[in-house]
Ligand binder design. Structure first.
Ligand code: GLY
Length: 366
């Protein structure tokens, strides 16, 4: 088990991440060190049923905590839900010395982290991600917040959890889609890190990995993100590397939503990385054999996302709306010269993006 250090409270970097499949023991050990005056556990309507009883059976801290339940789903990551959490903390006597244990996916850890960061100007919180996507991305790195005015994550704060306990214990509650969705963010970390990490991931099928092997892969993957976030906690530069696949991925996600047939976030990222690797090939000479291997992996594991050239204007408009872009003519990307060789802040023109969308459709066979 990693170091548990309560003195890390409020520091923006140097995250305390514990990798273990003995989650109960890890939580009780952290709580024993921080010694909060009162404990709260935040779950959503899914983890309340699927995870909390299992966790309460193995952790005295969780068993004794006051429970707060929010509705599951990104549509509830909003001000109303946040206000409900604040109210329950207030009505149940939370103070700055209390601690919130967030048990769930990205909605719970983002909203719970923000509730804890703001309640009485900040109380302790720990994240227990229960989804693969949450474990490799949302629960780590200190981005907390809610959606506001139809804009995702518009209100929030950078605030590291006092500890994050990463485990594969609860992944048996996830669907194949959920697993594959999270795995795409792991592949992103592999692309950012090295050919070894990338190859290990795309040579495996997430559906066949057992809990212990998954914990090793999780550790390798999360430490890629940790190193990037520790170097640039507030996203002034290097952290933008974590946007690989997301500029176009978010556009695919939005298009799917507009068509009323949403796709999981990680699937959109998997398709987005394909198009961004095409651009990397066009602009930076990213090797075509690696691009072809990745394209084959996407076709086998994520099927394809159907779009035509009639969708290009909308896709470009969604990319242009991304907060990182100064002008619609000049869209900002993280690209790769090769696996592990990152180039942030690459400005790409609309014509090149359209060409990359054409090539993506060819590679997907649509
Ligand atoms: N999800 C990207 C980041 O944490 O910066």
């Amino acid at each position: 088990m990693g170091n548990v250090n309560s003195a890390k409270h409020h520091q923006p970097s140097d995250q305390n991440i514990i990798f273990t499949n003995n989650v109960g023991e890890a939580i009780d050990s952290i709580v024993g060190e921080i010694k909060p005056s009162k404990l709260f556990v935040l779950v959503d309507t899914n983890t309340d049923v699927l995870v909390l009883p299992r966790l309460a059976a193995i952790s005295k801290a969780v068993e004794s905590a006051t429970k707060i339940v929010i509705k599951a789903g990104d549509e509830h990551k909003d001000l109303d839900t946040l206000a409900q959490v604040w109210s329950q903390l207030s009505e149940n006597g939370a103070t700055r010395e209390s601690m919130l244990i967030n048990v769930g996916g990205g909605v719970v850890t983002d909203l719970g982290g923000f509730a804890a960061a703001t309640f009485k100007r900040g109380m302790a919180f720990i994240n227990i991600p229960t989804t693969l996507l949450g474990a490799v991305d949302a629960a780590v790195g200190g981005k907390t917040g809610i959606n506001f005015n139809n804009i995702k994550n518009q209100i929030g704060a950078f605030r590291q959890a006092d500890a994050v306990v990463i485990s594969a214990t609860f992944f048996d509650t996830l669907s194949q889609h959920d697993l594959r969705s999270g795995y795409a963010e792991m592949i992103k970390h592999g692309l950012l890190e090295s050919p070894e990490v990338f190859n290990r991931l795309i040579d495996s099928d997430v559906a066949d990995i057992d809990t212990n092997a998954m914990l090793n892969l999780l550790q390798e993957s999360v430490l890629v993100k940790k190193r990037i976030v520790d170097a640039d906690p507030t996203e002034k530069g290097l952290r933008r590397a974590l946007n690989l696949g997301h500029t176009i991925g978010h556009a695919y996600e939005t298009l799917a939503l507009e068509r009323h047939s949403p796709i999981p976030h990680g699937y959109a990222v998997a398709y987005g990385m394909l198009t961004e690797l095409v651009i990397s090939h066009m602009q930076l000479g990213f090797p075509s054999d690696t691009l072809q291997r990745y394209a084959k992996y996407v076709a086998e594991s994520y099927s394809s996302f159907n779009f035509s050239c009639e969708d290009y204007p909308n896709l470009l408009a969604y990319m242009a709306h991304d907060k990182k872009n100064a002008s619609p003519e000049r869209i900002n990307f993280t690209l790769l010269e090769q696996v592990g060789k990152i180039k942030i802040d690459c400005i790409v023109g609309q014509q090149d993006i359209k060409t990359a969308l054409d090539i993506t459709r060819d590679l997907m066979g649509i």
